[in-house]
Design a protein around this ligand. Structure first.
Ligand SMILES: Cc1cc2nc3c(=O)[nH]c(=O)nc-3n(C[C@H](O)[C@H](O)[C@H](O)COP(=O)(O)OP(=O)(O)OC[C@H]3O[C@@H](n4cnc5c(N)ncnc54)[C@H](O)[C@@H]3O)c2cc1C
Length: 549
């Protein structure tokens, strides 16, 4: 993982194979994508604070995991200093550090995790569990004022699928496994977990659980909160174990308390999770709708119907234009087809191409099941003026979805800021939230007097509502404070969420970025309960302090 950005060192996003992107960026941002104006500071120029690691703690950690798996290497410490929020990226690129972990340790078993935590508590140090480091809400950075030694516990060596109970369709899995390695191990036995967040390649099972993650196919598989049954968590008072039973009435759910705990209750070492047989057939179809409102209502009707789909996604008009701008250089046949389609949409269906919205709906199961679902969904889509455009766009989307995260670095290299905020809301008020957030974001951008845009898609559907996922970008004032300007736009969006009854985040967790809105979301007594929970589980405040509250 790059220490200053997303993904692998040798992979980056490019506009060169996407002829539509430069004109799009010029129109909505006034940005010339050929103009690379900013670069991260060189690693050799970073001023990394020296590690504060008392000898006694070092010896105890060495006893716990052996010397080979303790690192005070500057690059290792910098990689573990933060996650990948926009603020994290900007500060890492500038080389601005407050508290960097003093040491990174890599235990290989639950017993080693127990020994590490015991060493941390008896040295009155701080522990920050580290999965893939893909947190987008500031869940990994130590408080700037923290004076105690900081130990980053990287779970990367806990990466095995331990057992599959095929009769119950449950797998016992170690928490440090990354998405691709998990799917590889399950796939070898004919199973899938079905959890595919956009950060899949660089995030882990433990991180997903600790942030209440959601994957692209949640409509079929559920969110991580639905997929996780049993848990093993190393805490200061011993190892917490919840049984992988299908349901239970043992008072308030301890399993739910661990979900979304962001390392504040302990270190998750293992989970027993739902797995399913790899489906015989998997297809994502593209659809067009006359407007975003038509697309959203169609998704609502799909959710309310007897149809069973794996993905529901609709982009608003601007995001649709962005998606088209991201197309790889089209062939002559592709161009002719697009032209023919445009004519058909405008003249036969009466679409306004500027309002038109792109949608994806995914299907999984036996060939027969998929065929039946496609027909049933097709009838709903038609009722809302939609049109199926086949599997081509869906295949492209599926292939490219893990490349999109690189785009924030591409924009920062060109002096622009791009980020996301997402929420969930009941169907009955989804359009109110959409309108309010869009207005708030444009209001903030106007207040800054800069050029920018906001776009949105509906990304996960439920019985009662859906997730709205907003992407915003702008060009900060030349010479201005980029982070402060970012805060103005991001805060306007977050405030509009809670003011309109929506949640502060559907799947990016609270961290430090969103904690300001927690009381408005879950009420003051809710916050008091969380305070009591963290205080009771960790009276010495050794576990990832400052996150969520
Ligand atoms: C470009 C991009 C795209 C993203 N797309 C999605 C998406 O589609 N869906 C989604 O849900 N999220 C998404 N995220 C957010 C992020 O990937 C998730 O929050 C993810 O679940 C974090 O997993 P991780 O393994 O990287 O955890 P980390 O970032 O390493 O840690 C996150 C938090 O979990 C804690 N933690 C990690 N492992 C453990 C453990 N074993 N025990 C206890 N605590 C632990 C950490 O202390 C920290 O508080 C995205 C982020 C980025 C940057």
């Amino acid at each position: 993982m790059k220490w200053w950005g997303w993904g692998l060192e040798n992979v980056e996003f490019t506009h060169e194979d996407k002829p539509g992107l430069a004109p799009f960026a010029a129109e909505v941002l006034g940005l010339d994508v050929r103009d690379v104006t900013a670069a991260p500071i060189g690693f050799e120029n970073l001023r990394i604070p020296d590690p504060r690691l008392p000898d006694s703690l070092r010896v105890a950690l060495e006893d716990a995991v052996t010397e080979a798996f303790i690192s005070v290497d500057p690059l290792d410490r910098v990689v573990h200093a933060r996650g990948k929020s926009l603020r994290d990226l900007v500060l890492q690129r500038r080389g601005e550090f407050a508290r960097v972990p003093d040491v990174v340790v890599r235990p290989a078993s639950e017993d080693e995790v127990v020994a590490v935590l015991r060493a941390v508590v008896s040295a009155d140090a701080v522990v920050i569990p580290f999965g893939g480091g893909s947190s987008i809400s500031g869940s990994l950075e130590a408080p700037a004022t923290e004076t105690r030694p900081i130990v980053s516990v990287d779970l990367v060596r806990l990466d095995k699928v331990l057992e599959i109970d095929s009769s119950s369709r449950l797998a016992r899995v170690q928490a440090g496994v990354f998405g691709p390695h998990l799917e590889e191990q399950l796939g070898a036995q004919g199973y899938t977990f079905g959890h595919f967040p956009d950060s899949f390649t660089h995030s882990t099972l433990g991180g997903w659980i600790a942030t209440r993650s959601s994957g692209m196919q949640s409509d079929r598989y559920g969110d991580i909160a639905d997929l996780t049954r049993g848990l093993r968590v190393v805490t200061p008072s011993g190892t917490l174990v919840t049984r992988p039973v299908p349901s239970t009435s043992t008072g308030p759910s301890v399993r739910e308390m661990v979900l979304g705990s962001e390392g504040r209750l302990g270190i998750i070492t293992e989970a027993t999770v739902h797995v399913r047989r790899i489906p015989e057939c998997r297809v994502i179809l593209g659809y067009l709708f006359p407007t975003f409102a038509d697309g959203v209502v169609a998704m609502r009707d799909v959710a309310a119907s007897e149809c069973s789909v794996s993905v529901t996604r609709v982009s608003d008009a601007l995001e649709t234009q962005f998606s088209f701008a991201m197309r790889i250089r089209p062939t002559l046949v592709g161009k002719l087809q697009s032209k023919a389609l445009s004519i058909f949409l405008q003249h036969r269906l009466g679409y306004d191409l500027h309002q038109m919205c792109l949608s994806f709906i995914g299907y999984e199961g036996s060939e027969r099941h998929v065929a039946e679902q496609r027909r049933a969904v097709g009838r709903i889509v038609k009722r809302h003026g939609g049109l199926c455009i086949g599997s081509g766009p869906g295949v492209l989307y599926d292939q490219k979805k893990f490349d999109i995260p690189y785009i924030r670095d591409f924009l920062l290299d060109r002096g622009a800021v791009g980020d996301v905020s997402e929420t969930a809301m009941q169907w009955s008020r989804l359009s109110v939230v959409y309108d309010a957030v869009t207005a708030a974001a444009y209001g903030a951008i106007a207040e800054l007097g800069v050029q920018g845009y906001v776009m949105c898609h509906l990304s996960h559907s439920y019985h009662a509502g859906a997730c709205l996922y907003f992407t915003f970008a702008f060009r900060p004032t030349p010479g201005g404070d980029t982070v402060a300007e970012y805060d103005i736009v991001k805060s306007a969006i977050q405030q509009a969420f809670v003011d309109n009854g929506a949640t502060l985040s559907h799947h990016h967790a609270v961290g430090t970025e969103h904690s300001r809105w927690l009381a408005q979301d879950i009420s003051a007594p809710g916050v008091a309960m969380l305070e009591a929970l963290f205080e009771g589980a960790d009276p010495g405040k050794h576990l990832n302090p400052g996150k969520i509250l």
